[in-house]
Design a protein around this ligand. Sequence first.
Ligand code: GLC
Length: 431
Amino acid sequence: MNETVVSGDQNAALDMNQRARDILITNDLGGYTVPNKNVYPFQWNWDSAFVALGFAEFDIDRAWKEIETLFDGQWKDGFVPQIIFWQESDSYFPGPDVWNTGKKPQTSGITQPPVAASMVRQIWQKDKSDAARGNLERIFPKIMAWHRWFDKYRDPLRKGLVVATHPWETGRDNAPEWDEPAASVDISGIEPYERRDTLHLDKKMRPHKEDYDRFVAMVEYGRTQNWDHNAIATEGPFRVVDVGMTMMLIRANKDMLALANEFGFEKEAVEIRSWIDRAQNGINFLWDEKIGAFCSKDLISGQSSGIISSATFLCYYAGVGSEAQRASTVNHLERIAATTEFLMPSLSPDNPRFDAMRYWRGPVWAVVNYMVSKGCREVGLADLSERIKLDTAMLMRQSGFFEAFNPETGEGTGGEDFSWTAAMWLHWAGK
Ligand code: GLC
């Protein structure tokens, strides 16, 4: 094509691509990428997995490197932490001293949604060079070890579901699903602390103080248990089966199975298959008949959250549920689509706790949209899948690469120049 006839739209897209790349490059602190320089100055688990997809669009070696550094923080028992504190920074609380996990590199003591396997499979599918084969063969056993850790420590019901022991593990920090379960966490003895997030960001976009007090109390509890994950998951003050982590793990295991088959890892394939079978049989534990959807469930009280969040719609991505269950959840999705300017709000807007600017209680998150849209496409909901993708792209064009977005106005919320948002543009929404 003659360069002089590049249209305005194409120019705008080129500009967006360049800006997205620049964000990743700027937030790259040397082998790992911070989610955002001010608010989150360390390596975060699921952020890095998504960020690797963004790098894979222009620097495939750097994509593998991101995954490698994430697994450099893995503990001997397979656990992969939520945060790796590669360098010091006082702009985030709680820092390594508060966690006190005693690991090198220093890490937090909780995990995050296990999406790495799924992103690794995407990177592999993009480039199957010999170098990539070597990378995959090195990383596969590490991911296996992490998934075995979930099986061993986080599935006390033996149903293939994931118990979260801290709201931060779910990646959806202040989602209303955690309100009731966290309400009984004792905050009377917590040490005085100073939040850093509200120094960088408007309070109305961030979790409330009482949420934060509970977050801190749960960290202090883990620390007093010396991060004994068995004790924390069987006796801890917060034990909730998270519909989001569960769906993402099922999907990750399906991606692992595909890789195991392709690489001829036969023993592993048998093991992974057993996890998938268990989860497919066990998933109805999360089905809330009254609501007609999969919902998170408190293991301590036995109560379903009864909440429709964006994580509810990860059931397609996981590929679970009967025909009737699908019809019921699609009804919910269509209802939300009909009344919401930009999909997918993190909480159904008809919920009284919906708050369009407050983090996981309303705003749209690009990474969740990516997974929900992909799942919709795979189960034949092509229109919804496309709508989610177009809405995501529109949000970024309109407001930039924010951490999240107001589903009613499209306004950005949280931090700016966010790595995983930029990565989602490069890998998906911008295409
Ligand atoms: C917040 C988000 C979490 C994310 C982290 C870094 O804690 O809730 O999902 O991993 O920020 O971006």
